[in-house]
Design a protein around this ligand. Structure first.
Ligand SMILES: NC(=O)c1ccc[n+]([C@@H]2O[C@H](COP(=O)([O-])OP(=O)(O)OC[C@H]3O[C@@H](n4cnc5c(N)ncnc54)[C@H](O)[C@@H]3O)[C@@H](O)[C@H]2O)c1
Ligand SMILES: [Zn+2]
Length: 375
């Protein structure tokens, strides 16, 4: 069964609605040609953007946009989210004669949807695009909400645009080929949504989990398309997760082992062997411990965080062997988090649900890390 989840957005000039539908379920990718025909009726051709792993999947041949198309293949993984690839794609679009009235179709995970979406946002000052999301993380998170972008050597996602797709297809059948670590990465985000108003998620079937997560992200995006307010809640569990990823990359860059070269921690690895979603799972339990220290929640709520993470098959443990100086390094990365502005800020659970809390003391942040390290 295919579930349609509408993403409602404000109107563009002349009152044109900018919302779109996300189709979720087994076989949803078969709707691609209909989506292109209705979403971009003037299109005469399509540029399909994917990565080499996805292009080699047995199901890839079945993904048909219903118009003449050219397939553009990038290397898999985070290292492909570069300005150089944006230029390469736009040049290839131009050589293929892709017009402003044509369309880009991203087929892949978050890397492909971020990259192809950003290329679409800038080519001809913006051409329509849609995403066939093929990882769990992309289905429940990256493909929804219109944030597109690439990395710079100086940092992740530093260049980008808000550019909404004309539709998203979340075909859960395509997830059957997804490696277990990539699935775990998506489940970290599912754990996050459990605390953003979807308490029943861990007990649901995969299709329903995806549909509920999409609906929850859609409602937060609809409230706050450009992240001026409530959209920040989507960062629940991410402050420590980003710090774990950044510190693992820092160690790797210093030749101390870990995540690999520069920003290439895509391919499911947030460094120290943790995928992004696995790092989020640790970050959720950490956020619960911190909220308890601040008197915002009690023991039961902390236990619930652990339970949810475990029910989804994830772990709440910090990477083994993290020393006192390693914990202080994590704290310094958390202080640089973009939500923080000038202080330590966290999205934290509390009596009125999850909210952004500024002015957390370094002692409390470090104390909660030590608590987490001891469990
Ligand atoms: N724009 C947003 O709002 C947003 C939100 C969250 C994450 N992101 C971005 O998403 C990216 C991570 O996305 P991701 O976790 O999907 O990683 P990814 O796109 O790198 O995909 C992970 C791996 O799975 C492979 N793969 C994809 N689909 C497959 C399938 N069905 N079967 C087998 N293999 C498959 C890919 O080739 C890749 O090697 C990051 O760059 C992150 O910044 C963006
Ligand atoms: Zn995330």
């Amino acid at each position: 069964m295919i579930t349609t989840v509408p993403v409602t957005l404000g109107t563009a000039g002349a009152g044109r609605a900018r919302g779109y539908d996300v189709l979720v379920g087994e076989g949803a990718s078969a709707e691609l040609s209909r989506l292109v025909a209705t979403g971009v009726p003037a299109a005469r051709q399509v540029a399909v953007v994917t990565d080499a792993v996805v292009a080699a999947m047995p199901w890839f041949e079945g993904i048909r946009p219903g118009l003449p198309f050219e397939v553009h293949v990038v290397e898999p993984g985070e290292r492909s989210k570069t300005m150089a690839n944006v230029e390469a794609l736009c040049r290839a679009f131009a050589r293929g004669g892709l017009a402003r009235s044509d369309a880009v179709v991203a087929v892949g995970g978050g890397v492909v949807s971020d990259l192809a979406g950003f290329a679409a946002a800038t080519y001809h000052r913006g051409v329509p695009y849609c995403t066939v999301a093929t990882t769990l993380l992309c289905q429940v998170d990256a493909a929804i909400g219109g944030k597109t972008g690439v990395n710079l050597p100086e940092g992740k996602n530093l260049v980008g645009a808000f550019w909404q797709p004309f539709g998203v297809l979340c075909d859960t059948e395509l997830l059957e080929t997804l490696p277990a670590r990539e699935r775990a990465s998506g489940l970290g985000e599912v754990a996050k949504y459990t605390f953003l108003g979807e308490p029943d998620l861990p007990g649901l079937a995969l299709d329903d989990q995806v549909a509920r997560c999409v609906a929850r992200k859609a409602s937060l995006v609809a409230e706050d398309e450009r992240e001026a307010g409530r959209r920040v809640l989507l960062n629940y569990g991410h402050t420590l997760a980003h710090a774990l990823e950044a510190s693992a990359l820092g160690r790797a860059a210093r030749g101390e082992g870990g995540g690999g070269d520069g920003l290439s921690h895509g391919e499911g690895s947030g460094g120290d062997g943790l995928s992004h979603g696995e790092a989020v799972a640790v970050g959720l339990v950490y956020a619960a411990l911190l909220a308890r220290r601040l008197g915002r929640i009690g023991d039961e709520r902390v236990e619930l965080h652990r339970e949810v993470v475990e029910r989804l098959g994830l772990s709440a443990r910090l990477p083994a062997g993290l020393s006192g100086s390693g914990r202080r390094e994590l704290l310094s990365y958390m202080a640089r988090d973009k939500k923080a502005a000038h202080d330590l800020a966290f999205v934290l659970d509390g009596p009125s649900g999850v909210e952004l809390v500024h002015g957390v003391s370094p002692e409390d942040a470090l104390g909660a890390l030590e608590e987490l390290a001891c469990t």
